[in-house]
Design a protein around this ligand. Structure first.
Ligand SMILES: [Zn+2]
Length: 251
């Protein structure tokens, strides 16, 4: 469904737009080219594909790239299915691409913790996917008429990145780095690191973001930067920052 000019929500477990475990999955429509941002958990990818069609797009013809913010199952578990269904180029940040392709101990330990917490069913199997392009912090990407920049903020996971749209209204797909009100995605799994969060959150300073589209919960069309600034502020104090677990449905 269209939530802003050229931006559609085609997956999201919070509002049961697709599988309950899916993160928000967005389309950025740059005219000649379109990108999907994140891929959901991979259990009901057909629902995401159906939503893409209902919004008037042909998954195979219209989706040119698949931007994956990080490898966690609710964001990257559907990458393999959506990459093959769309034929899109899969782009992921360094530090996450490796887990998407090959998994690894840290991803497995995190998945086990998530299963223990009832986030994923015990029999969930992560489907790995080839990554076509690995991007670094501050990498420039083009999606049709839009110029994007990768903003990597390790902390929630090893190499998580958000994607900043650098034209008006400036938009930031913040994944699990920052949620509404400056909540952060802090949790108990390998790769989550408070030192990294604190040391990297400053990369969100002065981005002049209007529209903020996080990986879960609510989004906003105005004053997105105030939510990023709140997260920066929250990571300056001595106590654990307010985190998404306070309103996570699986908690
Ligand atoms: Zn995550």
């Amino acid at each position: 469904m269209r939530i802003a000019k050229d931006i559609y929500l085609v997956g999201g477990g919070d509002i049961r737009l697709s599988n309950r475990m899916d993160c928000h999955v967005y389309i950025l429509d740059g005219g000649k080219e379109k990108a999907l941002i994140d891929a959901g958990v991979g259990l009901d990818s057909h629902e995401i594909l159906r939503n893409i069609e209902e919004d008037g797009f042909d998954p195979k013809r219209d989706i040119d790239c698949l931007l994956i913010t990080h490898a966690h199952a609710d964001h990257g578990g559907g990458a393999s299915a959506l990459r093959s269904a769309t034929g899109a180029e899969l782009i992921a940040p360094r530090g996450e691409a490796e887990f998407l392709e090959n998994g690894g101990r840290d991803l497995e330990v995190g998945l086990k913790a998530a299963k223990e917490s009832g986030i994923y069913p015990k029999n969930y199997v992560y489907k790995h996917s080839k990554v076509d392009r690995v991007v670094h912090h501050n990498a420039k990407l083009r999606v049709g008429s839009y110029l994007l920049r990768t903003i990597q903020v390790p902390g929630h996971s090893h190499g998580i990145a958000g994607f900043l749209v650098e034209s008006e209204p400036r938009s930031f797909f913040s994944s699990d780095i920052v949620f509404i009100n400056g909540n952060v995605g802090f949790g108990n799994w390998p790769g989550c690191n408070l030192d990294n969060y604190r040391n990297n959150i400053g990369r969100l300073k002065n981005l002049l973001v209007e529209q903020l589209f996080p990986g879960h919960f609510m989004w906003t069309l105005r004053d997105g930067q105030t939510h990023l600034d709140a997260a920066i502020q929250n990571l300056k104090g001595a106590w654990l920052p307010p985190s998404w677990t306070h309103n996570h449905p699986f908690r």
